[in-house]
Design a binder for this molecule. Sequence first.
Ligand SMILES: *[C@@H]1O[C@H](CO)[C@@H](O)[C@H](O)[C@H]1NC(C)=O
Ligand SMILES: *[C@@H]1O[C@H](CO)[C@@H](O)[C@H](O)[C@H]1NC(C)=O
Ligand SMILES: *[C@@H]1O[C@H](CO)[C@@H](O)[C@H](O)[C@H]1NC(C)=O
Ligand SMILES: *[C@@H]1O[C@H](CO)[C@@H](O)[C@H](O)[C@H]1NC(C)=O
Ligand SMILES: *[C@@H]1O[C@H](CO)[C@@H](O)[C@H](O)[C@H]1NC(C)=O
Ligand SMILES: *[C@@H]1O[C@H](CO)[C@@H](O)[C@H](O)[C@H]1NC(C)=O
Ligand SMILES: *[C@@H]1O[C@H](CO)[C@@H](O)[C@H](O)[C@H]1NC(C)=O
Ligand SMILES: *[C@@H]1O[C@H](CO)[C@@H](O)[C@H](O)[C@H]1NC(C)=O
Length: 437
Amino acid sequence: MLSSLTAHLCVLLLVLVAVVSNAVQASTAPLSATLTPEILNFTQKLDHSAKDSQETFQQSYQIVTDYFREGGPILFVQSAESPLVLLQYNVFIDWAEELGAIVATLEHRFFGTSYPEDFHFANPGPDDYAQLTLDNAIKDGVHFVNWIRETVPGAQDSKVIYNGGSYGGFLAAEAIIREPDAFYGSIASSPLLYSFGGQTLEGNPHHYAGLDMVSNIWFDESAEAAYKIQEATSLFSRCVAEQNCSDALPDLPLCSEANATQWTQLYGKVTSSYYSISQFNYAFVNVWPWAYPLQTAINLTLAASSPGEVLAVPLRGVSWAQDGCIDPNNRNLTGQPTFFGDSFQWIRCTYFPGSFGDSRPGSLLPSSNTTVGGDCWSPYAVPWQAPDFNETNEYFVEKLNLTLETLDQTERLLIVQVDYYARSSPYRGFDVICDYT
Ligand SMILES: *[C@@H]1O[C@H](CO)[C@@H](O)[C@H](O)[C@H]1NC(C)=O
Ligand SMILES: *[C@@H]1O[C@H](CO)[C@@H](O)[C@H](O)[C@H]1NC(C)=O
Ligand SMILES: *[C@@H]1O[C@H](CO)[C@@H](O)[C@H](O)[C@H]1NC(C)=O
Ligand SMILES: *[C@@H]1O[C@H](CO)[C@@H](O)[C@H](O)[C@H]1NC(C)=O
Ligand SMILES: *[C@@H]1O[C@H](CO)[C@@H](O)[C@H](O)[C@H]1NC(C)=O
Ligand SMILES: *[C@@H]1O[C@H](CO)[C@@H](O)[C@H](O)[C@H]1NC(C)=O
Ligand SMILES: *[C@@H]1O[C@H](CO)[C@@H](O)[C@H](O)[C@H]1NC(C)=O
Ligand SMILES: *[C@@H]1O[C@H](CO)[C@@H](O)[C@H](O)[C@H]1NC(C)=O
């Protein structure tokens, strides 16, 4: 039986997806352009489950109370697998005045500057990560918003709306399920809610869904460009493996010779760029130099006359070089970790075994079948597996309390911001419930 709540959610989902998408695209709004809230530290308890423990760490945050009117909401952004997501880059700031809201963002523990003081950065071991748990990450948000309620006059009864994207979108869903007293509702942007674990396709039928979405977007927008990308990335993947990319891609205009490590990094940059261009088709501050990354990349791809020139398109975008040669020493291309660092690896290997990077044969990017958690080497010297490493998607959905039954039972509002085409996507979350009607 469907509750009326669910029916309302379906309608809300459709309406709000439109609102959120529009708002996000209007990211050049004057407010966000002129505001630079100070980055401060919140003294946070390290282990929320230990009542007697006094151990704390400094967790960075920003807050803007200028637009707050008594009784207005607290719009809370939980940063996720990255340093602090600055408030000036989040759409919530554009909503603050109209809603009379407090807007605040909190860095995720074990990212950016928000580490325990005694963390062994040079050589971290499992003990260093012991307090990086799902429960602690959600409780950080609870303590932070409760502190805001206690300290900002007129905010003691303010309702809190939780927002996060990607892994943070997953947190947004978990937050209302686990902490309904603290959080009135959440907006989950591109959350991963139903593609977990499963070392085989039988174990996780959604295993390829992320790249299916990416492929559909590119092929729908321009099949001609997509076929060129398919050909170029396939060639790229082969020459990286065979270590002869300078021969295989003579038209890729590098400023200087790249070594094998750098070729692998460039390949990673190319594939992650095709992924993210399809997800973020707007002037994403500090990410793309283009106002419409998808259409710009398609136009440049159509104009390219060889695989090397095709691959130059995302590389020029990421290195903010509109034309000219591509510098393999540019830090934006090869100077950053290809993954999100050790903390996210710990998260993926312990409590968030989301599966989203593989592609089936025939999709935009070369076929790959990696195992979720197959890259769990950190913080141990040797690769390791969690005890439930081989479990299925169904098992993890149950374990993480994300079954449709549970979502349907929560009395808190959950709005899932899907990919901007609002269609089949592994991240669509709640519209699965709409399918039931
Ligand atoms: C916040 O804490 C971090 C880590 O202890 C420190 O590096 C940073 O300087 C602090 N920031 C402020 C504004 O105190
Ligand atoms: C799962 O969610 C339901 C409904 O909100 C709740 O009653 C239950 O305690 C949750 N279980 C866990 C393990 O969080
Ligand atoms: C790259 O190396 C492979 C395997 O050695 C070879 O078959 C292929 O022809 C080479 N490609 C180029 C362009 O040199
Ligand atoms: C590749 O080149 C970079 C930059 O010059 C250098 O830091 C790195 O050590 C090189 N890697 C190998 C395997 O030669
Ligand atoms: C790297 O990207 C940033 C945007 O994130 C851009 O401002 C900067 O100019 C780029 N740096 C280089 C060296 O290309
Ligand atoms: C891409 O090319 C089309 C056709 O020439 C043009 O209408 C459109 O404005 C271009 N888009 C961008 C973002 O450059
Ligand atoms: C990945 O698995 C699929 C399905 O079993 C298979 O068709 C495909 O060839 C595999 N790809 C690679 C690179 O092994
Ligand atoms: C997962 O399955 C593989 C292959 O059957 C096995 O070698 C491995 O030990 C299993 N891992 C765990 C943690 O059970």
